[in-house]
Design a binder for this molecule. Sequence first.
Ligand code: NAD
Ligand code: AKB
Length: 316
Amino acid sequence: MEKILVIGAGGQIGVELTLALRAKYGQDNVIASDIREPHVLLADSGPYVQLDVMNSNAVSLLVQKEKVTQIYLLAAILSATGEKNPLWAWDINMKSLMNILDICVEQKVSKLYWPSSIAVFGNTTPKENTEQKTIIEPVTVYGISKYAGELWCQYYFDKYGLDVRSLRYPGLISWKSAPGGGTTDYAIDIYIEALKKQSYECFLSEHTYLPMMYMDDAIRATIELMEAPKESIKNRMSYNLSGMSFSPKEISEAIQKHIPGFTISYAPDFRQKIADSWPKSIEDKEAEKDWGWKAEYDLEKMTAAMLENLKTVKRM
Ligand code: NAD
Ligand code: AKB
């Protein structure tokens, strides 16, 4: 029987991933943990432990006590927040990963999931349909930490045989749990403001294309990757993962089909430079070939789902 620990479970991905894992593996078999108080959707749906991933002893004791077989490490500082305090972001992102890689080896945890990001790509990377293996020269502290993390994952696989798996997520768009300080967060805020005020001031310029994905696809990709047979996982750094690509202008036009009076204005800030360093779109042929990945949501389908779902919640 699997015993799963999700670290950073209170975040944008963690809440939905924990709920999906609990539905699949049984609620008592998925321990949610975060440095924060439990998110409202996690409080009554299974075990919760409040802990700091930087406290390696505490994590190690928990893994030992609960006989954890799989860890999903989601705790991180994202791109925009990271640029405000680079050394702190580097410390959290790298130490958390190194702590967990070591704990997995010491405690014989059978599988580790750790997400990377399109932020590994930089200004010198080809912008369209960016390939898995290309020029990788990240310019944000977040991107540097993700690329270094990918190399460490490969190292622990090669040296210790650790079954570590990873995806380079695009910007993720969701409605259950608020985003945590990324450059792609505008594509969530825009739906919330469209419903609240019928207008939105965007912090990126109108033709800034970025790779994006609806959370349902991202959760399915994560679980499919983790459940794929070990021999089919050929990439131990991180797989490119592609959903859709659009600009602020295009998402605003998709919203206008549902809310005709919706208007958008543009006031680019420091996040524009981060967005400009990332690809406009990426390809994910290796994920498709190795473990059968295929996205289901495009911009139209996601927009309908986001607006419908957001109408049902008061939170965020
Ligand atoms: P988030 O900021 O929403 O959530 C991160 C969670 O980690 C938060 O709940 C936070 O409280 C927790 N955390 C922070 N420091 C901690 C600590 N010291 N100990 C324990 N918990 C701590 O982030 P997210 O969007 O859910 O992202 C999860 C992972 O996915 C990150 O590695 C991120 O880089 C990656 N990712 C996210 C996206 C996206 O669009 N959301 C895209 C690419 C990659
Ligand atoms: C961010 O914008 O920082 C994240 C990401 C793409 O990694 N959403």
